[in-house]
Ligand binder design. Sequence first.
Ligand code: BGC
Length: 754
Amino acid sequence: MTTHDPASLSTAQQAAVGSGADFWSTKQVGDVPSLVLTDGPHGVRRQVGATDHLGLAGSEPATCFPPAVGLGQSWDTDLAAKVGTALGLESRALGVDVLLGPGINIKRDPRCGRNFEYYSEDPHLSGTLAASWVRGLQETGVGASLKHFAANNTEYDRMRSSSDIAPRPLREIYLRAFQHVVQKAQPWTVMCSYNRVNGVYASENHWLLTEVLRDEWGFDGVVVSDWGAVSNRVKAVAAGLDLEMPGAGGVTDAQVVAAVEEGELEAAVVARAAARMLALAAKAEAGRAVRVAAFDAEAHHDLARQVAAHCVVLLKNEPVEGRAVLPLEEGRSLAVIGEFAQSPRYQGGGSSHVNPTRVDLPLEEIRALAADSEVTYAAGFTTDGSGDAAALRDEAVRAAAAADTAVVLLGLAAHQESEGFDRDHIELPTEQLRLLAAVVRAQPRTVVVLSHGGVLRLADVDHQAAAVLDGALLGQAGGGALADVLFGRVNPSGRLTETVPVRIEDTPAYLDFPGEHGHVAYGEGLFVGYRWYDARSMEATYPFGHGLSYTSFAYSGLELTAGAQGITASVTVTNTGQRAGREVVQFYVTRPGSAVVRPPQELKGHTVVALAAGTAERVSVLIERQDLAYWDVRADRWIVEGGGYDVRAAASSRDIRATATVEVEGDGLILPLTLDSTLGEVMAAPGAAEILGALMPMPAAAADSDVLGVDMARMMASIPVGRLLSFAAGAVTAADLEKLLGDLNAARATAAGS
Ligand code: BGC
């Protein structure tokens, strides 16, 4: 690896390496090479030659893998790693040093326009998938850019708005996946987001970029700004930003130099940022040394198809008149309905938009697998509202009625959701629902196939269709993957990464989204996604983690062992059906009787197991000790509470197959007692009651609970002990109480140490 010496650079050169030369590259400064960074995350968007100012013009052809909304549904970390590696090879071939992904913001609200680029409403799932993706990518000598750090959960006003979040949800929900990826996969770069976090721009947030990211988590890579996220480069550098993109034509480099000269910014801070850029350049140079020829577009398309098939979720599959609807049987006629069959929706709009090497059309792929069966097609609707809706519908109904089964492709068109704006609702277009109702009336054997980036309200679809497949966005090979699943060449094993609510009004952030006047209050706190629906015992149309199979699985023999690393959960999974299939085994943890507020259950482990019909396998998952911790706001650190933990082995968040309990030793947490501690807190310390009783005899009324008709001890429990002085009429002084508290603190410390 080439090493560059930051000391050999002048302050001006150090400032210069910290901002872009143009939209996609950094400057060559001395012998420090220019680096190429480009989107990401599910394909390489390499623009060569003249690029438009916003970088939104066309790009070199590259494989469009399933966007995160699709990939997430695989719940498969090995597949995520394979995709990462393939993307790395394409990046290498296209001359890219850093691929701008993965995006791991939590899907707080289904309306967020960019949810298609993120994995889940759950931090464990987002973190584990993204860490594998990063490892797979970086293995090829290409760096990742973990984004958007942090709490960028809405597109509305995204460049100004402040995400106002209390410490526990911030740590336990919004930062947790980032912490996991940083510590487990060491991404070369982290991209700070546009928004403010609790009032301070992410790019200027010293707490976020330095205290948390570097000092606590040990991140030693480069912090790059989101494109145009820097409002004040001097403040940003002081906060921990290393690279401003795309760069402001050198204007901010001069500002950094001037700030150093005027003593406003420490020279050492600029030098440190430059040193990190030099280290990044050295990694990129080492990566470039791994020569890669043009990538194998055919092989990558095949991989994209394989991956996409594992991303499809079978939401529903009810037999009609005793005969299964899915998988489709060869030899029976089929009506394929919906514009998406000819013009598929397979990726999202905005900076992640890839120019695919080719695109599989569902209709052609279905015809290819249908062999000799008759396959008819009707558009049924148009996504731009053109044409005669009634005539299109009638044609579709005729086709459906004449066939054995109808496959209806519904979903959202590109213009209905994208980066840059949020949706106002989560409805399917009315015309599509009207079409579905008419088709189902004519043909009970109707399968709905969904394409969309954000969650949809599916109650109407669920009530009407016999079978429902959720493809979300599947990338360029999605058409083939859907055909594979429809015909049972691939047994579906995808699982939902988000709850599908009965109505938008049920969603956790409904009243606090997208915020106003520059602030978004994260009022639902820890209760994001399934944590909310579970805590409120609310119905969901389809719960988090849900997904069916063409076979069935049984769980048995759940065993737990607790050790220094955490809890190992083992369970035997048996394929009890007639076909080979993959099961996503989920582990949810609860801590009954916790001293702190907690969601009723949280996903803390999962694995995927492939089983031939009739076979069984024992799977084991380590639920890491740190994942059991909650963030204690008094101690300002993670705490693992001691006591019993229930672990549920489950097929979805609402399909629990086995539960067992294990004792976990807690972290010592002794908060010093002060005059501000309540009587209840003080009394809980051993020996406190006697000493306090002798020092301050209770007033007669207080000793007799009946006098005021209340439980006196309970009523007084919340009084800070210091306030008791006003009731003691001078008989006890603050010094007496402080001495008492000091003795109690010492005794507790000794007991904890012994
Ligand atoms: C997006 C980033 C992207 C960057 C470069 C920004 O608008 O938020 O995700 O990587 O542009 O295209």
